[in-house]
Design a protein around this ligand. Structure first.
Ligand code: DON
Length: 565
């Protein structure tokens, strides 16, 4: 079992991290706001909106739509995401536009007659697609907190889709790697290949069907996606390919406004995404477990600091498997999990000089309570801040374009637990809390987060990377608060990750010194594995508030840009 979990995690590493060479890290400074995303073109859209007088919410929505065009491996119309917002007056809100299971979904839909998980059914088939939430969510956010019209914020994305943009080396390589999987879907090949051959760097990618879909959304709002031509094409694609999404699913879909999950860490306020993401809860739980310890004195990258963080991660991810799921369907004990006393009790068996075994770590137990992947960061001159993480799940989602729409469909259904204690693509385990049910949202790890201090925003951050999202976000925050790093160093510094099962620490190449690895091994840590593939763990495009203005940092592991208006 352990070997299988590990295999899954490392397959994922291969899928998501085959990228071009790194560029020297450097934060960008601006006086009137900041946008940091994985796509320079999308960052430009956001910065232009700020320059025109839009607020951070206008910029986030315009950029969200632009990412669907310029970064199609994760940006999307037919996927889902989470947006955490802190308005300049201190109001905090979160928009959950996570996908839901279709009405026709069933608990055992990915199992064969012997009860085994059928490989790839939940990742690479029409059955992998959850009911998309992005369009409803982004439009809802714009309507409630934006200042610009739908037509204005959708204009840049529509133009980019219609006129096209030159494919860079990173995208050319990425698309070439996808072709074997896409080749059975003619509508996908028609866009993401050049007559069946890989696109080359410098070729112009024009997406006219996607432009028409965006135009329908511009003209009709939500109905331009969930009704009429777009909806009909999406449902026809499902019917032709054996998927489950029907018109009723689209009619019923609604994004949900949720109260962000909050905690404190060394006088800072942490504001993050509540369930159906596990991200915010785990982040706060991890910070609570670490707060009593002096990570600064231990030093960045020291065996001591890594040991403390890994032991906290082991315990928090065990809780995730048992207790986290869609709170509208399962009583997630949120308040208990983020309680500082719970963290103290959970960490009581921690030994400073000895690793625990994941097989000995059981999820914490307490009475149930009553029912309760690209990241972009934004801030405007007034101090409105937005942390936005959006995804199709795996790179390019299911790889299926709904014929005639230009939209890649997500494969988010794999984030459900298809079978108890059986790993998904990220090696994550789940049980009843995250079992499949019609209308239920699948558990996520996305952790869009805002850190504030003394009533003012300090940092906006988050990351893609499946299970590693939470630990990446944790490390950026610890780097800033404990290790006193500036934004460049906090984002660029090497990362490591542990997720309870498999019982292994993965770390970026050259991220842990040989002495550190030696000490960790002596303490009993297992499976220390350098991350030898591509560009590393996570992609934490972040912004930070400085006394003089704003710093922005696109994670140097991947292309992208931080841009000021
Ligand atoms: O929601 C989640 O946790 C995953 N579907 C996120 C996927 C992801 O981060 C892919 N990026 N590498």
């Amino acid at each position: 079992m352990k070997a299988t979990c590990k295999a899954h995690l490392f397959v994922l590493i291969l899928i998501t991290s085959f990228r071009a060479e790194a560029i020297a890290p450097e934060a960008v400074f601006g006086e009137s706001g900041m946008v940091a995303t994985r796509s320079a073109l999308a960052s430009q859209v956001g910065a232009d909106i700020l320059a025109k007088g839009g607020n951070a919410i206008d910029a986030a929505v315009a950029t969200g739509f632009a990412l669907a065009v310029t970064y199609p491996s994760a940006g999307n119309l037919a996927g889902g995401g989470f947006m955490v917002i802190r308005l300049a007056d201190g109001t905090i809100i979160a928009n959950d536009h996570r996908e839901r299971a279709p009405l026709a979904a069933t608990r055992n839909m990915y199992l064969d007659k012997d009860g085994n998980v059928v490989p790839e059914l939940s990742t690479h088939s029409h059955l992998a697609v959850g009911v998309p939430g992005t369009v409803d969510g982004l439009l809802d956010v714009l309507e409630k907190y934006g200042t610009m019209s739908r037509r204005e914020v959708l204009a840049p994305a529509t133009l980019l889709a219609r006129r096209g943009f030159p494919i860079d080396l990173d995208m050319a390589r990425d698309l070439e790697a996808q072709l074997p999987r896409m080749s059975k879907y003619p509508a996908s090949m028609a866009i993401f290949s050049h007559d069946g051959k890989p696109w080359k760097r410098g070729d112009v990618l024009r997406q006219k069907d996607l432009a028409a879909t965006l135009e329908r959304i511009r003209a009709k709002g939500r109905d331009g996606f969930y009704k009429g031509q777009t909806a009909e094409l999406l449902v026809a694609e499902m019917q032709a390919g054996g998927g489950l999404i029907a018109q009723q699913d689209l009619d019923e879909y609604q994004s949900v406004w949720r109260e962000p999950v909050t905690g404190t860490y060394r006088d800072h306020q942490i504001i993050s995404m509540p369930p159906p993401s596990s991200g915010g809860v785990l982040l706060i739980q991890l910070l609570n477990m670490l707060e009593p310890y002096d990570l600064k004195a231990m030093g960045f990258g020291s065996a001591d600091a890594v040991h403390h963080m890994v032991e906290a991660e082991r315990r928090a991810y065990a809780d995730r498997a048992e207790h986290l799921g869609d709170p509208d369907f399962f009583p997630v004990p949120i308040t208990k999990l983020i309680d500082k006393n719970y963290a103290l009790a959970r960490f009581a068996d921690f030994a400073p000089d000895k690793s625990s075994r994941s097989t000995d770590i059981r999820p914490g137990s307490f009475p149930a309570e009553s029912p309760d992947t690209t990241h972009a960061s934004f801030i405007d001159k007034a101090g409105n801040a937005v942390a936005y993480t959006t995804t199709l799940n795996l790179s390019y989602g299911s790889k299926i374009v709904a014929s005639g729409t230009g939209m890649l469909l997500n494969n988010e259904m794999d984030d459900f637990s298809a079978k108890p204690d059986t790993p998904n693509a990220y090696g994550l385990l789940g049980r009843e809390a995250n079992a499949i049910q019609p209308r239920k949202r699948m558990l996520s790890s996305m952790t869009p987060t805002i850190v504030a201090k003394d009533g003012k925003v300090v940092l906006v951050t988050g990351s893609p990377g499946g299970s590693t999202i939470i630990t990446t976000t944790l490390q950026v925050i610890v780097n800033v608060i404990d290790h006193g790093m500036d934004l460049s160093a906090a984002v660029a510094s090497p990362r490591f990750h542990h997720q309870w099962q498999p019982d292994a620490i993965i770390f970026e190449k050259n991220g842990l010194s040989p002495d550190t690895v030696k000490v960790l091994n002596q303490r009993g840590h297992q499976g220390l594995t350098p991350w030898a593939y591509g560009r590393g763990i996570g992609d934490a495009n972040s912004v930070m508030v400085l006394p003089e203005g704003f710093a922005g940092m696109a994670d140097p592991r991947n292309p992208g840009a931080a841009l000021a208006p």
